[in-house]
Design a protein around this ligand. Structure first.
Ligand code: 5AD
Ligand code: FES
Length: 348
């Protein structure tokens, strides 16, 4: 197979066969990889020109009732120093963010039963009341369709729920007591309700094969989410997967490029996990078709406790510092920051 030809056809048609995708993932390197990155970047440019959207991330609780075997805030990690932000603290983060120019707030947390639907709705309505021009994104895991509807009615605009892997056996191997089917049902409910929906996966999960990664790509092509979060798996020593190797920067970048080519208009973040593996990881992602960054607005005194994986960057940096730092990184790639809500182009 001729790699450049496959890339050209993918660039033209936004489609590719399983075999071709697997061939690229297994064989691409050097000049061909650069070619793939250029085609992915051009595709991003076509729909979003040279802009990158910025979202403010607020990690409001690290309590979690789940036990995912890769995640540092799993319930069995008794060494995790647990915290919850109060409603007022969350609003304070939004205020800081708003003053720095942010107009999307991403509320992320473990699946923490303390935050009942009532409290979540209160938080959403308060943010919307104070900042009606801002978008609210939730990233709080699996809930019933009724709950998702309540949050939507309270004003939530978007919901992030990575599918993590689209292979049932691999999914089962890292998610005790959870099923991929229930994850997919949640994603479908969120879409039905009218959210802009984000799915996504980790690269380099122990046992993950090239075929599994192709399954992720084809799953996403079929689901057509508005946003797709892709990051390398990074081992956390206080978890069952702590002794395994993590995902690589290269493989993650390939997956970002292929995702951009298969879903040309998708909102694709350059993730903190990539920035953790490689000090220029986020810039490389922006060169591979990513068009969103999510700097942290969480209070610095709690930040390091939201440790999904080890050595996470920015845990000591004030929101204002990250805001400036990340803008400089974006500019270094020839892009400019767009501080608007940053809705999906089909959603405007
Ligand atoms: N390495 C990389 N990503 C992780 N996540 C959770 N734990 C890890 C880890 N050890 C990701 C999951 C989740 C998102 C919030 O963080 O994909 O959906
Ligand atoms: Fe936080 Fe650079 S983005 S220090």
């Amino acid at each position: 197979m001729n790699i450049k030809k496959i890339i050209d056809s993918l660039y033209e048609t936004n489609q590719s066969s399983k075999e071709e995708l697997a061939y690229i993932i297994n064989n691409i390197s050097g000049e061909d990889f650069q070619y793939l990155q250029e085609r992915a970047y051009e595709t991003k440019e076509k729909h979003y020109s040279n802009t990158v959207f910025m979202r403010g991330l607020i990690e409001f609780t690290n309590y979690c009732k789940r036990d995912c075997s890769y995640c540092g805030i799993r319930r069995s990690n008794k060494d995790a120093d647990r915290y919850r932000l109060s409603v007022d603290q969350i609003l304070e983060c939004c205020k800081t963010g708003y003053e720095l120019g942010f107009s999307t707030f991403v509320l992320q947390g473990g699946e923490d039963p303390y935050f009942t639907d009532e409290i979540i709705c209160e938080i959403i309505s308060k943010i919307k009341e104070l900042y009606p021009d801002c978008a609210v994104t939730l990233s709080i895991g699996e809930k019933s369709k009724e709950s998702y509807q309540k949050y939507y009615d309270a004003g939530a605009d978007r919901f992030l729920l990575r599918h993590e892997t689209a292979n049932h056996d691999l999914y089962d191997s890292i998610h005790p007591e959870m099923t991929l089917n229930s994850r997919i049902e949640c994603l479908n409910s969120l879409k039905d309700i009218g959210y802009q929906v984000g799915a996504g996966f980790m690269v380099g999960i122990p046992g993950q094969t090239t075929e599994n990664l192709v399954e992720d790509l084809l799953f996403l092509k079929d689901l057509e989410p508005h946003m797709i979060g892709i990051g390398p798996f990074i081992p956390h020593k206080k978890t069952p997967l702590g002794k395994y190797e993590g995902g690589t920067v290269e493989k993650t970048l390939i997956m970002l490029c292929l995702t951009r080519l298969l879903l040309p208009k998708v909102l694709l973040p350059s993730t903190t996990a990539l920035g953790t593996l490689d000090s220029l990881g986020r810039e490389k992602a922006l060169k591979s078709g990513a068009n969103v960054v999510m700097p942290n607005l969480s209070p610095t005194d709690q930040r390091e406790k939201y440790e999904l994986y080890e050595n996470k960057i920015c845990t000591g940096d004030e929101a204002a510092h990250c805001r400036v730092c990340i803008e400089a990184r974006i500019n270094s790639t020839g892009n400019v920051v767009d501080m608007s809500r940053g809705d999906h182009v089909d959603y405007l």
